[in-house]
Design a binder for this molecule. Structure first.
Ligand code: ADP
Ligand code: MG
Length: 309
C-alpha cells in the first residue's frame, strides 16, 4: 500500500457532513469556516510510543487516546469540537494495525460529530500527532490566567487511577489509562459559570500549579477532599493514595475554579449532565500550593515527590 492508497482507504472515509468544511481531505489544504463572534480554539498533542503509551497498547486504544487527549484540551478551554488533522508516522503500512487504529480514532471523532480535514503520513518510529479545532464564544473561554482569590477549586471525577494503571495492571486502572473520557460536555457546561480551567494530564499538583502561576495566585488544598475511586482506595491507603491523586498524570479530568456566588449554578449545570465533581480547595492571594487536613492542620506527607514551582 502506498501513502495515497493508505490515506484514501483509512482516513479519507471520514464523514463529510459538516457544512463548515468547504474543502476537506484531498487538496493542499482544507478550507474551513469559523462561526461569527466565536474564537477558533486550536490545540495539538503528540503521542510517541514508549513515552506517551506503553509499547503493548492496542492500536484501537492508541487511536482513541490520540484524539481523547486533544479533546481534553478543547474541554479545558470550554470549546465545542469541530475539526481534526492527523499526522501519522508509521514504521510500516500495516493494514491490520491501521484498521484498528482508525476504528479507535473514528469512534471518538464521530461521537463528537467532528470531521477529519487533513493530515500527513510519513515513515519512521511510531508517533501520532493530532490537532483539534473547536469554537468558543469570544468572552466565554476557560483560561488558566483567570483564577481569583476566593474562588473555589473543583475537579471532575476521581484522580490517580490512570497513574496507578502504569504499574498495577488492574482492569479498572488500565481502562482509565487507555480510554480517558474527555470532559467535553463539562467544558461546555462551565461556560459563564467558570472562567478558569485546565485538564489534568501531568497530575493535579503540577496542572493546578500552572493555573496558580498564570493567575499569580496561590491555593489551599484539602487532601482529605481529593476524590478517589473505590478501586484506588482499596489498593492504597493515605498518604499513598493522595500522592497518586496529586502527582500522577493521565487522568484527563478537569480542574476549574468558580466564584462562590456561582455554586448553585454549577450544581445545576453539572447535575444536568450527571458529572461527578468535588470541591478540593480555595484560591488564595498568597502564592504557593498548601495542603491541609480538614481540621485545618497543615499536611506535609501528601506533598512528598511534588516539586514546588
Ligand atoms: P501534500 O503533498 O500536498 O502535503 P499529502 O500527500 O501529504 O499532500 O496529503 C494529501 C492529502 O491527504 C492532503 O489533503 C492531506 O491533508 C491528506 N492527508 C495526508 N495524510 C493524512 C492522514 N493521515 N489523515 C488525514 N488526511 C491526510
Ligand atoms: Mg504533506
Amino acid at each position: 500500500m502506498n501513502e495515497f492508497e493508505l490515506i484514501d482507504y483509512f482516513f479519507a472515509q471520514t464523514k463529510k457532513d459538516r457544512d463548515d468544511v468547504l474543502l476537506g481531505i484531498g487538496d493542499d489544504g482544507a478550507l474551513l469556516k469559523v462561526p461569527p463572534r466565536q474564537s477558533l480554539v486550536v490545540s495539538m498533542d503528540t503521542l510517541v510510543e514508549g513515552i506517551h503509551f506503553p509499547v503493548e497498547t492496542t492500536p484501537y486504544d492508541i487511536g482513541y487516546k490520540a484524539l481523547a487527549v486533544n479533546l481534553s484540551d478543547l474541554a479545558a478551554m470550554g470549546a465545542k469540537p469541530a475539526w481534526a488533522t492527523l499526522a501519522l508516522t508509521l514504521p510500516k503500512a500495516d493494514k491490520d494495525w491501521l484498521k484498528k487504529f482508525s476504528r479507535g480514532f473514528f469512534s471518538l471523532l464521530n461521537h463528537y460529530g467532528m470531521q477529519l480535514v487533513g493530515g500527513d503520513t510519513t515513515r519512521g518510529p511510531l508517533a501520532i500527532t493530532v490537532q483539534v479545532h473547536g469554537f468558543v464564544p469570544f468572552d466565554r473561554a476557560l483560561r488558566r490566567d483567570q483564577a481569583k482569590p476566593g474562588d473555589l477549586i473543583y475537579v471532575t471525577g476521581t484522580l490517580g487511577d490512570a497513574g496507578a494503571g502504569l504499574n498495577w495492571k488492574i482492569p479498572y486502572f488500565l481502562q482509565r489509562l487507555n480510554r480517558p473520557e474527555p470532559r467535553v460536555e463539562v467544558g461546555l457546561a462551565l461556560r459563564g459559570i467558570s472562567h478558569c480551567a485546565i485538564d489534568i494530564s501531568d497530575g493535579l499538583a503540577a496542572d493546578l500549579g500552572h493555573i496558580l502561576q498564570a493567575s499569580k495566585v496561590g491555593a489551599q488544598l484539602f487532601v482529605e477532599q481529593l476524590p478517589l475511586s473505590q478501586t484506588l482506595t482499596a489498593h492504597f491507603a493515605p498518604p499513598k493514595s493522595w500522592q497518586f491523586a496529586l502527582n500522577s498524570g493521565d487522568d484527563y479530568e478537569l480542574c476549574f475554579t468558580v466564584p462562590p456566588k456561582n455554586k448553585a449554578k454549577l450544581h445545576k449545570a453539572l447535575t444536568a449532565i450527571s458529572c461527578g465533581y468535588t470541591c478540593i480547595g480555595v484560591i488564595r492571594k498568597k502564592p504557593g500550593l498548601f495542603m491541609y487536613y480538614n481540621n485545618g492542620k497543615k499536611c506535609i506527607s501528601a506533598i512528598k515527590g511534588y516539586k514546588h514551582f
